[in-house]
Ligand binder design. Structure first.
Ligand code: TUI
Length: 317
């Protein structure tokens, strides 16, 4: 059996990305019901909100689901406790080192799977007791590292003995197959789930994702040390201009603060942060989470088999 499916008790090696303000119990439960691993994103939300979301998720599904703890959150300490108290089986982390919560989570028998942007951080997480790591390339939406998925995944696979989940730039069977060929045991997909029927973000956000082309994302915040990828709009233009002009950190943070909420909840896709990955250009249809998961699994098999056939017939004839 696939090591990640085995470890987590899921049917298919597909994680839904823990997208702040986006990934609530509804989409997480739908992905888990479809056989993948749904993930509720704590983002910057208070711990009580998360507790309710976890309970709501358990009402819809008996299948395993995870929680993503965003380590830059002002509520990270309380959120870490709630995740342990509520008996969540899987926790993923982003935007930092989860070291100080490791004992609490491991005592409860939870599986801890940090997102890592480099080999050095992957090794540190393995040493610290992580059960697996998500190697996330800079093609991803949101807060990103420097390396692409193509170069990060095989180097992390070689550097650690725990399973590796690939993230960044994966939205169909071809990307899924490529990630598995790089040595990943599973994939994490964010952007494609933005347009899932069960993903209750503002319609304007979904429309921007559906209409995006290959070159529509930009990275802001490289100068602040918190690079974030999203769809180009008035916000990203102002932000990049201010960075170019050498604006101070406080001013930039003011511009960014609350920007994701503005886009996701209020549908302000002009002055809000429409975080999405570079693969948005490939995403053109709305589907249920079940349809997305089923199609990914079907296409993975087809792509793999067709390529092996082609290679055998053409290169080794
Ligand atoms: O976390 C993400 N993506 C995100 S978080 C987010 S919300 C946000 N809120 C406020 C400020 C910034 C973002 C939107 N998108 N992806 C996982 C990820 N983790 N990407 C990069 C990292 C990362 C970076 C440094 C993980 C570990 C790390 O260093 C660990 C260490 O040892 O310091």
């Amino acid at each position: 059996m696939n090591s990640i499916c085995d470890m987590l008790g899921i049917k298919y090696p597909i994680f839904q990305g823990g997208m702040a303000w986006v990934a609530n119990h509804a989409i997480a439960a739908a992905v888990s019901e479809a056989g993948g691993l749904g993930i509720i994103a704590a983002g910057n939300a208070p711990a009580d909100w998360l507790r309710e979301e976890i309970r709501a998720c358990k009402k819809i599904t008996n299948k395993p689901f995870g929680v993503n703890v965003m380590l830059l959150s002002p509520y990270a300490d309380e959120v870490a406790k709630v995740v342990a108290e509520e008996g969540v089986k899987v926790v993923t982390t982003g935007a930092g080192n989860p070291g100080k919560y490791m004992d609490l989570w491991k005592e409860k028998g939870m599986k801890v799977i940090p997102v890592v942007p480099s080999v050095a951080i992957a090794k540190r997480m393995e040493k610290g007791g992580a059960d697996a790591v998500i190697a996330e390339g800079g093609e991803s939406g949101g807060h990103i590292g420097e390396l692409t998925t193509m170069v990060l995944v095989p180097q992390v696979v070689d550097a650690v003995s725990i399973p590796v989940i690939a993230a960044g730039g994966i939205a169909d069977g071809r990307g899924f197959a490529a990630a598995m060929m790089l040595g990943a045991e599973a994939v994490q997909i964010g952007t494609r789930f933005l347009v899932a029927e069960e993903c209750k973000i503002h319609e304007a956000y979904k429309e921007r994702v559906l209409k995006a082309t290959d070159i529509d994302t930009v990275v802001t915040g490289r100068s602040t040390g918190h690079p974030v990828r999203g769809l180009r709009n008035q916000l990203t233009r102002s932000y990049l201009q201010m960075e170019k002009d050498g604006a101070d950190l406080n001013k930039l943070e003011q511009l960014g603060a609350g920007a994701l909420y503005k886009a996701v909840v209020e549908g302000n896709v002009i002055n809000g942060a429409v975080m999405a990955g570079q693969i948005a250009g490939l995403i053109t249809k709305r589907q249920t989470a079940q349809e997305i998961v089923d199609e990914l699994m079907l296409d993975l098999k087809e792509v793999m088999e067709a390529r092996v056939r082609q290679i055998n017939e053409e290169l080794y004839k």
